[in-house]
Design a protein around this ligand. Structure first.
Ligand SMILES: C[S@@+](CC[C@H](N)C(=O)[O-])C[C@H]1O[C@@H](n2cnc3c(N)ncnc32)[C@H](O)[C@@H]1O
Length: 351
């Protein structure tokens, strides 16, 4: 068995709900921005055949390798790229893969990453404090832990980890430095704020904070969601599964804002923003895993799925064209406004 095949598998979360939320149809074109082990991508390709196409993206080169094996049967209809989804629009333009019928973000980490004994994402394994999704990134978790000031650490742990004892944790880290491994960090946190509180380990929030900071997760998510909306054809679906409240808040805000015709403050007597809705919320409430799914796959317990559908007018399409035509990748492809417009209209007719 090859090393890739021997990797522990990732169980896709809310699988049926995701396929349904994406309204996957035969012949459709989809983007999976977070390939992971390729579980969701496999189901999307299965439901979109014959004729379906999928662009799969993951920042982690190991994930792309694993997904390539999982999706081998669909190699003729998949394009898998090792990239960060913060560059979503540029990637789609480079590969001429837009507009699409659906875009999926299944955020966070896969079991392949969490179970790895060398990536440093989990305090279940002793490993160097790395936490980078991609080896091409410069800053590791160890860099942040060992070079930030105490107040910077406290701020980061509070903001990204929502840790109530951020000052004690930051103080202990600074006393204990240099900290090089996951277990050394977990022990330091335990010494600062005591052992297990309720169901979660005391290091959970600090590890989450570090991972978010190392990978700029929240900034990248915000930027990518906005880009995703522009890549959807008429009635294309945007589906996002998040695993903690900071991510879910961003998804909720973007979807709610983009589904409103006016975003002026409530104190403004008449609309001055001119904002027009380009999404329709499909579910007002989040979709969560059933008790059976949580029992079968405990890692699904914090999952929240939100779904919205692209609505667009001719005016909106012209605006999208105006935005896209200034991108370097669009210029590199030699596309001018009429070509872009034709591409967007292609899916209009299809829908
Ligand atoms: C929860 S897993 C996805 C699992 C996948 N849906 C499956 O069924 O196997 C999340 C994946 O997203 C990737 N990821 C997280 N942030 C990313 C980003 N900014 N750009 C690209 N990939 C990212 C991670 O490397 C990880 O492989």
């Amino acid at each position: 068995m090859s090393q890739v095949m021997a990797t522990p598998i990732h169980i896709p979360v809310l699988l049926n709900e995701t396929v349904e939320a994406l309204a996957v149809q035969p012949g459709g074109r989809y983007i999976d921005c977070t390939l992971g082990g390729g579980g969701h991508a496999d189901a999307i390709l299965g439901h979109s055949s014959p004729g379906g196409q999928l662009l799969g993206i993951d920042a982690d080169p190991e994930a792309v390798k694993v997904a390539r094996v999982t999706l081998e049967a669909y190699s003729g209809s998949t394009l898998l790229v090792n990239e960060n989804f913060v560059n979503l629009q540029a990637i789609c333009i480079k590969y001429d893969f837009f507009p699409v019928h659906g875009i999926l973000f299944d955020l966070g980490l896969s079991s392949l990453q969490l179970n790895s004994d060398s990536r440093g994402f989990s305090f279940q394994h002793d490993a160097p404090l790395d936490m980078r999704l991609s080896p091409s990134q410069r800053t590791t978790a160890a860099d942040i832990i060992n070079t930030s000031s105490e107040s910077e650490l406290a701020y980061l742990i509070k903001t990204y980890g929502e840790e109530g004892h951020s000052h004690q944790v930051a103080h202990s880290i600074v006393q204990e430095r240099p900290i090089k491994t996951t277990l050394q960090l977990a022990r330091t946190i335990e010494q600062a704020i005591g052992s297990r509180r309720g169901r979660i380990h005391p290091a959970t929030r600090t590890f989450q904070a570090l991972r978010i900071a190392v990978n700029h997760e929240l900034e990248h998510l915000k930027a990518a969601l906005k880009q995703a909306i522009d890549l959807l054809g008429f009635r294309g679906r945007l589906v996002v599964i998040s695993y903690h409240s900071l991510e879910d808040r961003i998804v909720k805000q973007v979807m709610q804002q983009e589904s409103r015709d006016c975003i002026c403050p409530s104190s403004t007597p008449i609309c001055v923003c001119g904002h027009r809705a380009c999404l329709r919320l499909i579910t007002r409430r989040v979709i969560t895993p059933s008790p059976e799914e949580i029992e079968f796959n405990p890692r699904s317990r914090s999952a929240k799925l939100r779904v919205a559908e692209r609505i667009t007018t001719w005016d909106e399409q012209y605006k999208t064209v105006e935005k896209l035509c200034f991108l370097t990748e669009v210029k590199a492809n030699g596309w001018r406004r009429p070509v872009l417009l034709k591409k967007l209209q292609g899916l209009f007719q299809h829908a």
